[in-house]
Ligand binder design. Structure first.
Ligand code: AMP
Length: 217
């Protein structure tokens, strides 16, 4: 690990539209338009900071193993991955949504084992175990909203923002499992070896979050 070079892993897709303006406020700006490029790693205005753009579910893995020093990732994916392998020092308070159970409108749930479809299998396992409910887990990677109407599941566990996706598919949100927002995570060894630059970047990001919150209130 080069102790002066810092790699920050970002999540590609819609969350980037909220992360990049916040990073710009914190004076971390990619030198080219990430949305228009097929590259996965980008230089920034800071000579010693690079941005890596990968799938959200891979960010905790890259940071845990130190291939990235820091990462920006949703709390949902941290809960699913487990948070023992890295520090989580800052809530960026962006990309806010809720992790919820959802069921067909006016449905009667079966008395016995619930069939639960989700990509968040670890979260679902823990949540229903805490409720003392027996479940059969069905791992899906997308289009979860179809699972109940196709007879594959009684309940789904998914991200809800406005609730429009659920509504369009005849479902309604039921139980709140967790509030979600994007977090900064930091590799444990990097925090020691690259402490100075990481503290500086965290300070800049913290200030950007506070300024944004103040402007909104
Ligand atoms: P909505 O129809 O507004 O409730 O959005 C629901 C869908 O958008 C979910 O199934 C997610 O795939 C996606 N989504 C919304 N907000 C987020 C977020 N903050 N992070 C990740 N995915 C999201």
């Amino acid at each position: 690990m080069n102790s002066t070079q810092l790699i920050i892993a970002l999540t590609k897709g819609r969350i980037l539209d909220e992360v990049l303006p916040l990073f710009e406020q914190a004076n971390i700006v990619p030198t080219e338009d990430i949305a228009k490029s097929r590259k996965l790693i980008f230089d920034t205005n800071l000579a010693n900071v690079k941005l890596m753009v990968i799938r959200g579910s891979d960010v905790p893995t890259y940071v845990e193993f130190g291939s990235a020093d820091m990462g920006v990732v949703g709390k949902d994916l941290i809960l699913e991955h487990g948070d023992e392998g890295f520090y989580e020092p800052l809530d960026l308070k962006i990309a806010k949504c809720r992790l919820m159970t959802a069921e067909p409108v006016d449905s009667d749930l079966p008395q016995g084992r619930l069939k639960v479809a989700t990509k968040y299998t670890n979260i679902a396992k823990t949540y229903f175990a805490e409720q003392g409910k027996q479940i059969e887990l069905i791992k899906l990677n997308g289009a979860l909203e179809l699972a109940p109407s196709m007879g594959l599941a009684d309940t789904i566990v998914d991200i809800v923002d406005t609730g429009k996706t659920l509504e369009a598919n005849g479902l309604e949100a039921k139980e709140l499992i967790a509030h979600v927002s994007s977090r900064i995570i930091v590799n444990k060894a990097s925090m020691k070896i690259k402490n100075e630059i990481i503290r500086k970047i965290l300070g800049q990001l913290r200030e950007a979050v506070e300024n944004k919150e103040q402007a909104a209130s």
